[in-house]
Design a protein around this ligand. Structure first.
Ligand code: NAD
Length: 505
């Protein structure tokens, strides 16, 4: 397979399509010329040869960020806010192109990709305002002639490590509060979706964010990625790591950061319970599960992974869900009307297959989907073995010992478990080592408060399958990590509190 795709030809501003990293305001390849191929998951076509940067270039990017820090942090909050608002405006102007880049490298349908760009931009708007409100405190002292003040200062250089499932929004969610607080950043772009990160760097350059304030390094998965992680964690010039990704990589980064005792915030894996009680509005609950489960083809950390439906409505819920899922249009995200794209790579397809096979072997039944798929249209030269498409799937009568109970599928598989009582379902929902998000549907106010407070997670959606907004805190408990992104406290993750106590007054 050697087909290539000219992504630039799809853009009205082809300058947004960059295939070099961005260090200290310069566009650079890997210092030793190494590259790795980037492909479109919908077609297998090659999009670009991307720089496969060694550790020394990550260190250079850190040096650049450290040099840029004094001037950037010395700007007034109003000046930094103005940069963020300009960037927000430019993103809005380029939503079609940024969405196209995202769709082509990640696979999610163009409309959904454009929705992510708007969501990503909202973090710039929110943090442009939050940066102006980083209030300190004055605290009465018990000692005569003494005054106490607490001020907020930028923590310093931040290493931002982001995943491929939200190639734009995961970057702005970290970069916007960091820049607003007065920090400078080194972004390690994910190997699967570096183009969205680089397009964002183009826009940072265009709004005149000074050299070195934002740097983007890229490399393929494997040794150089591990080396980049080591450099970001071990380099004493980096004060903070903000990471979104899997729990095992989070554990590794935490261990590696112990020698320099960095401030960390981690958004890690989830295994969300989605609970539908007998008294729920069925149509609303089915729409909720569709929004939560099938967005990004099920590749979101907050997506419904275990769907618990109370026994009285189980069959009706399952049939209605299956009917709606059958109507999805699966295909290349650039094709008009497509509602579900491919998974990001083969590894993703294999995991869904493993989960479906295992559940079936333990007695589950497929209502819809359950196989790999090659969309019609002749635009692809992929074979059944190479396809990244998996049909949206609903399975019923799933046993609680199935893999899908304890691992996140990260794919378009909706497994339905049956339950009887509130106590039983709370126990089952909490029986997981992670705790990111959970959802439930009911019309009963008392039940609603009780269940929301009993779920061991960082975020709960009640009668909704969508929980992410820039103005509210996003993050988990247990092994889903710590720290919050967005909301009134999001910017604190990139600041230190400094006490100034003055005597002899
Ligand atoms: P991953 O942990 O393998 O990779 C995430 C990022 O870390 C990528 O940029 C990757 O290149 C990088 N990385 C991997 N190993 C590294 C190392 N040794 N040093 C430095 N960087 C390293 O996860 P993934 O498979 O890319 O993404 C899916 C996972 O991310 C899922 O588990 C999902 O739940 C989680 N996720 C969580 C959130 C959240 O906000 N909680 C959001 C999206 C995804």
């Amino acid at each position: 397979m050697s087909k290539t795709q000219d992504l630039g030809a799809l853009l009205s501003d082809s300058d947004l399509f960059r295939t070099q990293g961005y260090i200290n305001g310069k566009w650079v390849g890997a210092s030793d010329g190494a590259t790795f191929p980037l492909t479109n998951p919908a077609t297998g076509a090659k999009l670009a040869d991307m720089p496969h940067m060694p550790r020394s270039q990550v260190s250079e990017a850190i040096d650049a960020a450290k040099s840029a820090l004094p001037a950037w942090s010395a700007l007034t909050a109003y000046q930094r806010s103005a940069y963020l608002l300009k960037l927000h405006g430019l993103i809005e102007q380029h939503v079609q192109d940024l969405g196209t880049i995202l769709c082509v490298e990640n696979g999610k349908p163009l409309n959904e990709a454009k929705g992510e760009i708007a969501y990503g931009a909202s973090f710039l708007q929110w943090n442009a305002a939050e940066g102006l409100r980083t209030y300190g405190q004055t605290i009465p002292s018990p000692f005569p002639g003494t005054r106490n003040m607490v001020i907020k200062q930028p923590i310093g250089v931040c290493g931002l490590i982001t995943p491929w499932n939200f190639p734009n929004a995961m970057i702005t969610r970290k970069m916007a509060p960091a820049l607003a607080a007065g920090c400078t950043v080194v972004i390690k772009a994910p190997a699967e979706t570096p183009l969205s990160a680089l397009a964002m760097a183009v826009l940072c350059e265009r709004v005149g964010i000074p050299d070195g304030v934002v740097n983007v390094v890229c490399m393929d998965k494997g040794d150089r990625e591990a080396a980049a992680g080591l450099e970001l964690c071990e380099n004493p010039k980096v004060s903070k790591i903000s990471f979104t990704g899997s729990t095992p990589v989070g554990r590794l980064l935490m261990k590696q950061s112990s020698s320099t005792l960095k401030k960390l915030s981690f958004e890690l894996g989830g295994n969300a319970a989605f609970i539908v009680f007998d008294d729920a509005d069925l149509e609303t609950a089915v729409n909720g599960v569709i929004a939560s489960k099938f967005r990004a083809a099920g590749q979101t950390c907050v997506c419904a992974n275990r769907i618990f439906v109370q026994s009285k409505i189980y069959d009706r819920f399952a049939n209605l869900l299956a009917e709606k899922v059958k109507a999805f249009k699966v295909g290349n995200g650039m094709t008009e009307g497509v509602t579900i794209g491919p998974l990001v790579n083969q590894r993703g397809v294999e995991k869904v297959e493993r989960h479906v096979k295992d559940a079936i072997s333990k007695g589950a039944k497929i209502l819809v989907g359950g196989e790999r798929f090659i969309p019609e249209g002749g635009e692809s030269n992929i074979t059944e073995d190479e396809t990244c498409f998996y049909k949206p799937t609903v399975i019923i009568n799933v046993d609680s010992t199935s893999y899908v109970s304890s691992e996140e599928t990260f794919g378009p598989l909706a497994p339905l478990f049956k339950f009887e009582t509130d106590e039983e379902v709370i126990k089952r929902a909490n029986e997981t080592e992670v705790g990111l998000a959970a959802y439930f549907f009911t019309k009963d106010l008392q039940r609603s408060n009780k269940i929301a407070e009993s779920l061991e997670v960082g975020m709960v959606g009640v009668n909704t399958g969508v929980i992410a907004q820039a103005c509210i805190p996003f993050g988990g408990v247990k092994q889903s990590g710590f720290g919050r992104e967005g909301g009134p406290g999001g910017i604190n993750e990139f600041q230190i509190e400094k006490l100034i106590t003055i005597g002899g007054i």
